[in-house]
Design a protein around this ligand. Structure first.
Ligand code: AP5
Length: 217
């Protein structure tokens, strides 16, 4: 049976950071709706044009758009042995749609891992985040800086700040999380799938806690 995981947590909790490590260790792909949408914005597709207006004000892209994207993505061959969902679901409607879809395929979610980080850390993490324009590697100006000035350690690409990591948008994203996504914690608790990890501290320690949950499944 495949390893089908959901990483939950507010913006800046470390979902992307941990998802990349899970990809390496378990050989399953990271399915990040944020990454898919950002790629569409970058290439200027109709999806990207629509998504940009929501993303740049810290709002969620409409459910039907995102649900369609995820269903298509999960059909691809690389998801046969599982996947890490990062940033999806983000509303109860998205979670319901995912549940129905996976029920039809007979491949349910194994674990939902909620990475808990309090708000005081989140703003600092998001405002200091830098991302490589070429390979997408993530950095933080204070917590995990690149060795070269403004360049990616892996590929030498330019590091940039995401448009939605500006302070005014960050505040809005955190409000959106509280209003629309945090109810999923209860949702998955009731279904018995929810596991929580403390997302404050060393990245490796947090990763180890996540792996213990996965390996003990
Ligand atoms: P998305 O890209 O999903 O953003 P997010 O959920 O806001 O998550 P982030 O990527 O900001 O944070 P993260 O938890 O991955 O943290 P990271 O590991 O990078 O979504 C962006 C937008 O797209 C949304 O606002 C919405 O508009 C749209 N969208 C996406 N999905 C959608 C959906 N399903 N429905 C509707 N709309 C959707 O870490 C952050 C920083 O902290 C980094 O600098 C990192 O180096 C650092 N860090 C990580 N771990 C630690 C640690 N342990 N200690 C210190 N620093 C750390």
């Amino acid at each position: 049976m495949g390893l089908n995981l959901i990483l939950l947590g507010p913006p800046g909790a470390g979902k992307g950071t941990q998802a990349k490590k899970l990809v390496e260790k378990y050989g399953i792909p990271q399915v990040s709706t944020g990454d898919i949408l950002r790629e569409a914005v970058k290439t200027g597709t109709p999806l990207g044009v629509e998504a940009k207006s929501y993303m740049n004000r810290g709002a969620l892209v409409p459910d039907e758009v995102v649900i369609g994207i995820v269903k298509e993505r999960l059909k691809r061959d690389d998801c046969t042995n599982g996947y890490v969902l990062d940033g999806f679901p983000r509303t109860i409607s998205q979670a319901d749609a995912l549940f129905s879809y996976l029920n039809e395929c007979g491949c349910p979610i194994n674990s939902v891992i909620d990475i808990r980080v309090s708000k005081e850390y989140l703003v600092k993490r998001l405002s200091g985040r830098r991302v490589c324009r070429s390979c997408g590697s993530g950095y933080h100006i204070e917590f995990s800086p690149s060795k070269g000035t403004g360049r990616c350690d892996n590929c030498g690409g330019e590091l940039f700040q995401r448009d939605d990591d500006r302070e005014d948008v960050v505040t809005k994203r955190l409000e959106t999380y509280e209003a629309q996504t945090s109810p999923l914690v209860d949702y998955y608790e009731k279904s018995g799938l929810l596991k929580t990890v403390n997302g404050v501290g060393d990245v490796e320690v947090i990763f180890n806690d996540i792996c213990k949950i996965i390996d003990g499944r």
